[in-house]
Design a protein around this ligand. Structure first.
Ligand SMILES: Cc1ncc(COP(=O)(O)O)c(C=O)c1O
Length: 397
């Protein structure tokens, strides 16, 4: 039930240049986030007992479960993209600068007029857009699959947004959101790109790089990453692409070994690497994973080249590994800290567990930098965003 692929298209020194990649020149992401009220770098935790048990030197977890109080890393992307959008509109009309402080200035915002922001989501990105819209005093309409977990729908409504439930998958929500935005003159804040729409997903990708920037000094040095392997999850691929860009730009061929993890039932990146000739392909899976944030049927065309060029290895894991990882984070081995990790959040650890447990993965583990001297970085991308299932999985119900 787990699948893997080595990626022959991975490059030693990937570079993304030309007009399509001009957006990568931006360098104001961390400064923008630092200026947001409530900003604090998320913690980096070490799990020495689990590392010893899994035959690794160190497991480090960048814990995003409390980012901005909305339980997931996604606010980094939505807030930065909405900042850049307003900044662009301001600059088209006025000569005075638009700064991170302008983003919180009611007078400036009133001058720009009122907006309805809309987004498609399995939960976290929609909450992040709603959270940012609320801070700006603007309306948000969020599209979610009709079978979304009620707690995730409610947390978005709790940010003051309207929620439209769509009979279908996340990908259908993206289409519906784009259509309604065009029809009603709303501003779509999509984390996935589609034809004619790439600027905002590019800003979202850039926003996620703050996760890695926060590791400066703690882990990353000027010449050394301080970590051998980084495991990142992919839904539409924005976060995975941010990791690809950050590490390739900073360390080139000396970047850590990047592993992309997805659920088996929505493994569009893995299938693209396995069956494609460089182009992204849809998953053949039914997109039924409990890892809701990763339940995406097609790679974002914006994220795809980054992931394709920088990741040598792709892994798809079943839900039972995500559940086991949630339990392991919550009931740590003696000496390790407790971490609250939701279904998608735990996917990096799920990958490590699968690599020690599933015969065909154990058989290839020696080809990966996951031996006794390996330092591995995981990102816990969310906390208990579905509290009921969380309690069930960890055994408190
Ligand atoms: C908790 C969590 N982790 C990971 C991801 C994957 O991010 P991306 O869609 O940018 O690949 C998501 C996406 O919504 C998410 O909610």
């Amino acid at each position: 039930m787990c699948e893997y692929a080595f990626n022959e298209l991975c490059q030693a020194r990937p570079e993304w240049t030309g007009d399509d990649y001009a957006f990568l020149q931006a360098g104001d992401m961390a400064a923008f986030h630092q200026a947001l009220p409530g900003y604090a770098p998320t913690p980096l935790r070490s799990l020495p007992a689990l590392a010893a048990k899994l035959g690794l030197a160190e497991i480090l977890v960048k814990d995003e479960s409390q980012r901005f109080g909305i339980k997931a890393f996604k606010a980094l992307g939505a807030s930065y993209a909405m900042y850049r959008l307003l900044k662009k509109q301001w600059q088209a009309r006025f000569a005075d600068p638009f700064t991170p402080a302008s983003f919180q200035d009611r007078h400036v915002l009133e001058t720009l007029g009122s907006f309805t922001f809309c987004a498609a989501t399995d939960g976290n990105h929609g909450r992040a857009v709603a959270w940012t819209a609320r801070k700006l005093g603007q309306r948000a309409v969020i599209y979610m699959p009709a079978d979304s977990v009620p707690a995730r729908v409610e947390s978005i409504r709790g940010e003051g947004a309207e929620v439209e439930l769509v009979a279908g998958t996340f990908d259908l929500c993206v289409e519906r959101c784009a259509r309604d935005a065009a029809k009603n003159g709303w501003q779509a804040i999509s984390d996935t790109a589609y034809p004619g729409y790439g600027e905002i997903p590019g800003w979202i990708l850039l926003g996620y790089t703050s996760i890695f920037v926060e590791l400066e000094g703690l882990l990353h040095g000027p010449m050394k990453t301080g970590v051998d392997t980084v495991i990142l999850p992919a839904g539409v691929g924005g976060l995975a692409a941010a990791g690809a860009f950050f590490y390739s730009k900073r360390y080139g061929a000396k970047r850590p070994f990047l592993i992309c993890v997805e659920p088996v039932s929505s493994d569009c990146f893995l299938e693209s690497v396995r069956f494609g000739k460089g182009e992204p392909l849809p998953t053949r899976g039914r997109q039924t994973s409990i890892m809701a944030g990763l339940n995406c049927g097609v790679p974002s065309p914006l994220a795809w080249p980054f992931v394709r060029d920088a990741y040598p290895f792709f892994l798809a894991v079943g839900d039972r590994f995500a559940e086991e990882a949630m339990r392991r984070y919550y009931h740590p081995l003696k000496g390790d800290p407790r971490i609250i990790s939701g279904e998608s959040g735990s996917s990096g650890l799920a990958a490590l567990l699968a690599l020690t447990r599933v015969d065909k993965l154990v058989a290839i583990r020696s080809k990966l930098p996951l031996g006794p001297t390996a330092r591995v970085l995981l990102v816990n991308t969310e906390g208990d965003t579905d509290p009921e299932n969380f309690k069930k999985v960890i055994g408190d119900l």
